[in-house]
Design a protein around this ligand. Structure first.
Ligand code: PMP
Length: 350
């Protein structure tokens, strides 16, 4: 049975899961959630009524996230990872006959999910340093009038943060629904959350996978106008978020202090890693995230990636991706993991 014509050229999203000593390839948190959280979760899960469907509205979880951000619970949409949040946005606002704009290179799944809904994806270009130029954004938006425009701040895989001025300008451009993907938002020094309002066609997506040390749970959310959240609620599958996950998210936000402390540690560690990377024979791109992108000079990116893997250090090889020739991306880990990476990299570059 042939798949839909427009899907036949689609390639999946791949990130190798290899058994290594130091794994810095998928931007996860380097440490587990607090022990007190895990204890509270185990106790709460023991009381689940397994024969009942979960709370369809995820009421407690939405209330907890709303409180975290000081917004109305009706402005919160939750799903299985921010990927499912993105998918629900695109099922609701893109699809056949509609256009979605991305600025490349960026998070591959924006274009990929848009295409899987049948939408046409138009790709704007980032500058040589991977920053977004407002003139290019204006060109793409005026030429294609997208129904959905993606920003990603900090941008994966390049790490750069879009300025508040830029996001405000995009919002003034008739760019359809503007999605600011803030999967790494907590590591940056400002958030587009402050621009969300009932009157603005803007949503900000977040995840528990990075800062909250909960990649295993698959939990993400967005903050946006109430009318829009109500539309997403119609499209997403009934009971999509299981009871255990709702409990996990609701409990997690009670440990906000621990999360903020981890973010501070990771940001400090990022600055330390960047300082060392800058002493090596590579080009380092500025990062507001929990990862750093760099470009090799005298050896190919692939050779350096393989050299690291030979030393049991796994990072992300972006060197074969369009526009990212010789680029590698390393996730910030524990100081010990980062030291192992830096020692291995120094050796490989010799
Ligand atoms: N957005 C960006 C920019 C990401 O890098 C990721 C994870 N790689 C996601 C969304 C998806 O995260 P999750 O589905 O784990 O919430």
């Amino acid at each position: 049975m042939p798949v839909r014509n427009d899907l036949s050229a689609l390639e999946g999203y791949h990130s190798p899961q290899v058994d290594v000593r130091v794994r810095l390839n998928t931007n996860e948190a380097p440490v587990a959630p607090p022990a007190a959280f895990r204890q509270a979760y185990a106790e709460a899960v023991a009381k689940i009524e397994w024969h009942r469907y979960p709370d369809r509205g995820a009421t407690d979880l939405r209330a907890a996230i709303a409180e975290l951000h000081g917004v109305d619970p009706a402005m919160v949409f939750v799903a299985n990872g921010s990927n499912e949040v993105l998918q629900t946005i695109l099922l609701t606002f893109s699809g056949f006959g509609r256009t979605v704009a991305t600025f490349e290179p960026t998070y591959q799944m924006h274009g990929q999910i848009a295409r899987s809904t049948g939408a046409t994806v138009v790709e704007g270009e980032r500058g040589a340093d991977f920053s977004l130029d407002i003139a290019e954004v204006r060109r793409v938006i005026t030429e294609f009038r997208p129904h959905v425009t993606f920003l990603c701040s900090p941008n994966n895989p390049t790490g750069g943060v879009d300025s508040p001025e830029l996001v405000r300008e995009v919002l003034g451009l008739n760019a359809g629904l503007v999605v600011v993907d803030e999967a790494y938002g907590q590591f940056a020094d400002w958030s587009a959350l402050e621009l969300v309002s009932e009157e603005t066609p803007l949503v900000v997506t977040r995840t528990f996978s990075k800062t909250w040390s909960m990649a295993a749970a698959r939990l993400g959310y967005l903050i946006g106008p109430k009318w829009l959240v109500a539309e997403l609620d119609k499209v997403v599958l009934p009971y999509h978020l299981d009871t255990a996950k709702q409990i996990a998210g609701t409990l997690a936000v009670q440990y906000r202090g621990d999360m903020e402390e981890r973010v501070r540690m990771i940001v400090a560690e990022r600055e330390r890693v960047v300082a060392t990377l800058k002493t090596l024979d590579i080009e380092v791109f500025p990062s507001g995230a929990n990862f750093v992108l760099f470009r090799t000079k005298s050896k190919t990116g692939r050779a350096v990636w393989q050299g690291l893997l030979d030393r049991s250090v796994l990072i992300r090889d972006c060197s074969g991706w369009p526009r990212l020739e010789n680029c590698l991306r390393v996730t910030i880990g524990t100081p010990e993991e980062d030291d192992a990476f830096l020692v291995a990299l120094t050796e490989v570059l010799k």
